[in-house]
Ligand binder design. Structure first.
Ligand code: ADP
Length: 519
């Protein structure tokens, strides 16, 4: 696995490396300059000593007092910074040296001390003092500056009593001085040490400053961006990057934020579409189921209607005969009074049969609604008034909550009255021990239907029965016909409306009749 190196570490490392190289180059240049200045200084020093010696030798030379001359040079050579001093004559012989073993030895023209002037056939006497100096190693292996100064012939020298030098001699000899550069070495060493310490401190401070600045200006904003993209990757499109600067990183954060916002919007749209698609599919499936159920019921009603019409027609005539003859029998004086209750029972049962037949005929009759423009609440009030004095409703409270300004509906008032009568009777049957029937009216949100909801506090309808209550002849009552709801269903359907039921065992039942607002 590749090692993860944080950005800040890379930046700090790169900056430190650049600084280190830069400081290294600077150190070298500085040291070279320092050394040059020090060597110049040493040359000037050597020249001064050489001048002092040549001035001081003049008198002793005039007196040809070599002993005191050598003594004096020896004393100067004892100075701390002077390595050695020697006098070389025209022939290259060392006539005096602070290193005694050297005395008498001969130095060739090509030796380091001489080559500076003798590098051509004619000696170059105009060579600068800098050119007459050289860096040498002493016998002890130390670094030193060698400086050579020519001793020129002067009129006094050739005219002196010793007549040692000829008139035409230009140079009488050489004064060669070696000055120790040990102090220079030490100083440059100290200087370098100081420079290195300073460089390290500078590096540390610059490194720290670069780290702190990079941390606040680059690392923190980048970290925020990294954290933000991790959140977006796991689906958090509400997250935003704080924008704390106006630089490129700030601009980047702003564009990342607007990108996340657009992503969030697109995601919301997508979810919305998915949801609406889902609910549309659900709605359509419900609609299809409802239509299938409606079709099934309509087919059933149609075939049953035909059957009922035939049966009712056949039964109606004999029933009328039974009722007529039973009524005549009841009023016949010859009838034994003990048989009167049986005759009355015949009459009441026949009447019940006649009622069923009447209902069956109503059910089978495809009578078209005679529509009128009416107010639904007025019609409901009419129905409710009918039940005020009914003994079955003595312990039932009927509550009304009508919406104000309900639009009128175009319906057959007799048929719709029949529907509500059925619903109220059924509610009464569902609450034998009393209860409450709440009737409310309202308009649907789309304004297409006017609705009446009848909510009772009865026993409710089981899940098993609720699918069958609109089926003709389905009843749970001992003396029920099972036709009330199927007739009501047919009527509402003929009016272009809907009838819905909501119920559960022990939860009461709500029937909602929805009728289209008259156009
Ligand atoms: P019937 O009233 O003659 O039984 P309906 O078609 O009017 O015929 O009713 C069918 C069945 O629906 C009833 O037998 C009853 O079981 C059920 N039902 C109708 N209305 C209610 C109601 N409000 N509460 C409970 N059950 C009801």
């Amino acid at each position: 696995m590749k090692m993860r190196i944080p950005l800040i570490a890379k930046l700090t490392f790169a900056t430190s490396l650049i600084l280190l190289v830069f400081m290294g180059v600077l150190d070298n240049i500085n040291l070279k300059n320092f050394r040059k200045v020090m060597v110049d200084y040493a040359v000037a020093n050597a020249e001064e000593v050489a001048d002092v010696i040549s001035q001081s030798t003049y008198d002793a030379m005039m007196k040809n007092d070599k002993t005191s001359l050598y003594h004096m040079i020896g004393r100067i050579a004892e100075s701390k910074n002077i390595e050695h001093i020697r006098l070389i004559d025209q022939t290259g012989r060392v006539v005096y040296s602070s290193i005694h073993e050297e005395i008498g030895s001969v130095i060739g023209k090509h030796a380091d001390e001489c080559i500076m002037c003798h590098n051509s056939t004619r000696p170059d006497l105009s060579t600068s003092s800098m050119n007459r100096s050289r860096i040498i190693r002493t016998r002890a292996g130390k670094e030193a500056l060698g400086f050579t100064k020519a001793i020129y012939n002067q009129p006094a020298c050739s005219a002196a009593s010793c007549h040692f030098h000829g008139k035409n001699d230009m140079v009488l000899g050489l004064l060669d001085i070696s000055i120790s550069l040990e102090m220079l070495r030490q100083k440059s060493h100290e200087y370098r040490l100081e420079f290195v310490i300073l460089t390290c401190m500078l590096l540390l401070i610059i490194g720290m400053l670069v780290t702190i600045l990079t941390h606040y200006l680059v690392d923190i904003p980048v970290q925020r961006l990294v954290r933000h993209s991790a959140l977006v990757a796991v689906g958090d499109l509400e997250s935003r990057v704080p924008v704390s600067s106006r630089d490129e990183l700030g601009e980047l954060s702003e564009s990342v934020n607007s990108m996340t916002e657009s992503l969030g919007r697109a995601d919301k749209d997508l979810k919305g579409w998915a949801d609406s698609l889902e609910s549309k599919v659900e709605e359509r499936s419900k609609e299809i189921m409802r239509m299938e159920e409606q079709l099934r019921r309509s087919e059933k009603l149609a075939s049953l209607g035909t059957l009922a019409a035939g049966v009712a027609h056949e039964i109606n005539n004999p029933l009328t005969g039974i009722l007529l003859f039973a009524s005549i029998l009841k009023s016949d004086k010859r009838l034994d009074q003990a048989l009167l209750p049986d005759v009355e029972r015949i009459i009441s049962e026949t009447e019940r049969c006649a009622g069923i037949v009447k209902n069956m005929l109503a059910f089978s009759r495809e009578s078209l609604p005679q529509k009128e423009n009416i107010a639904l609440d007025a019609l409901l009030d009419e129905v409710v008034t009918l039940f005020h004095k009914q003994p079955d409703f003595s312990s039932i409270t009927i509550g009304k909550k009508y919406a104000e300004g309900l639009p009128h509906i175009s319906v057959d008032p007799n048929q719709i009255r029949q529907v509500f009568l059925n619903l109220v009777i059924n509610a009464g049957h569902a609450m034998p021990r009393g209860g409450e029937l709440a009737i409310s009216t309202y308009t649907t949100a789309d304004g297409m239907y006017v609705c009446a909801a009848l909510k009772d506090t009865g026993d409710g309808i089981s899940d098993e029965n609720i699918a069958r209550i609109f089926d003709p002849f389905f009843t749970t009552k001992a003396e029920g016909t099972g036709l009330g709801l199927s007739i009501s269903y047919g009527i509402i359907e003929n009016h272009g409306g809907k009838i819905e039921v909501k119920s559960g065992r022990g939860e009461g039942t709500t029937f909602t009749v929805m009728l289209p607002v008259s156009g």
